[in-house]
Write a protein that binds this ligand. Structure first.
Ligand SMILES: C[S@@+](CC[C@H](N)C(=O)[O-])C[C@H]1O[C@@H](n2cnc3c(N)ncnc32)[C@H](O)[C@@H]1O
Length: 292
């Protein structure tokens, strides 16, 4: 039995990833520390402080480290596997820092940018419109030169690229995922058809273990990594009692339903989303100019 399987490994994620064999993981889901720079005292900084790790590096060092972690995760991922990487747009003294700044420098193929509408702002100063969203990057390790990969089952494809859901509140960890997020990812990556294709899910910054609980609830193996023994203990106790979270898991899965498939609609002559040509479209409403 591989000792890393269904285990949470204590340590720095880059070093631990280096100790894992190549091409073992099917899907990773994570949210790394965001390099919030403790010296900048904002709402988020005061409330999100991790036990046993700092979150304040020169930005170039932080980005290089993230690239190294992402590339090591690429190595341990099977061809055709995916990584869902949660991050956000930040600002450093007015300069915008975008996750694409470093994601484009990794080995991953960037398959999609998903907007997570969290419906709550961490900083409500008036310098900009309130930032209520974070980003989720669907990164893909191609099979050979085939960068597009397989289609999602239609029930998941109906989910759009904007995911609306508030952050988790019932968890003592300072920045946990809500359970629906990894459940949605795992259900759509592995599909929901029987018999289940049992896979391996990795979270290299697993914190309170939400991705691992989702993997276990959906019948998959997992590997977690975190720098904090305290968070690992918390995650382990959640994993022991994982059935208590099944109701919330089922609530998310209930959204992954389509009553009619594309073929059903096509056979009944119903709307198949065919693009209407420019001249067939109704003209846009004309607005009257205001006169002084
Ligand atoms: C945003 S939290 C992840 C929370 C997790 N998604 C959950 O649902 O609880 C980031 C985690 O990274 C861990 N961490 C910070 N630096 C680390 C490092 N260098 N290596 C491994 N883990 C680290 C922190 O302890 C924290 O639990």
């Amino acid at each position: 039995m591989d000792s890393y399987k269904n285990n949470i490994l204590l340590g720095d994620s880059l070093q631990v990833l280096k100790s894992l064999p190549s091409e073992i993981v099917d899907c990773s889901i994570t949210s790394p520390p965001y390099n919030k720079q403790e010296k900048q005292k904002g709402w988020l900084v005061k409330n999100v402080i991790y036990e046993n790790s700092v979150d304040s590096f020169p930005e170039d060092i932080y980005q290089e480290h993230q690239i190294a972690v992402l590339n090591e995760a690429y190595r341990v991922t099977k061809q055709g596997g995916s990584f869902f990487y949660n991050h956000k747009v930040r600002w450093d003294k007015g300069d915008l820092l975008h996750p694409m700044d470093w994601l484009r420098k990794t080995k991953w193929c960037i398959k999609q940018e998903i907007i997570w509408d969290r419906m709550i702002a961490a900083n409500i100063r008036g310098w900009r419109y309130w930032q209520v969203e974070e980003r989720i990057y669907w990164l893909y390790k191609p099979m050979g030169t085939h960068k597009i990969g397989n289609e999602l089952e239609s029930r998941h494809a109906k989910l759009t690229s904007i995911w609306r859901g508030s952050p988790e509140r019932n968890n003592p960890h300072p920045a946990p995922f809500p359970l629906w997020f990894p459940v949605r990812v795992i259900a759509s990556m592995f599909g929901m058809k029987e018999p289940l294709n049992r896979g391996l899910v990795l979270d290299p910054y697993s914190g309170s273990g939400t991705s691992l609980v989702a993997a276990k609830l959906l019948g998959h193996d997992f590997i977690g990594i975190d720098a904090s023994q305290e968070y690992i203990e918390h995650a382990k106790s959640r994993l022991e009692n994982y059935k208590a979270e099944n109701e919330r898991c089922q609530k998310e899965l209930a959204l992954h339903v389509v009553n009619k498939t594309f073929s059903n609609r096509k056979d009944n002559g119903e709307n198949t989303g065919k693009h209407r040509g420019f001249f067939e479209q109704k003209p846009a409403k004309q607005y009257q100019l205001l006169e002084n």
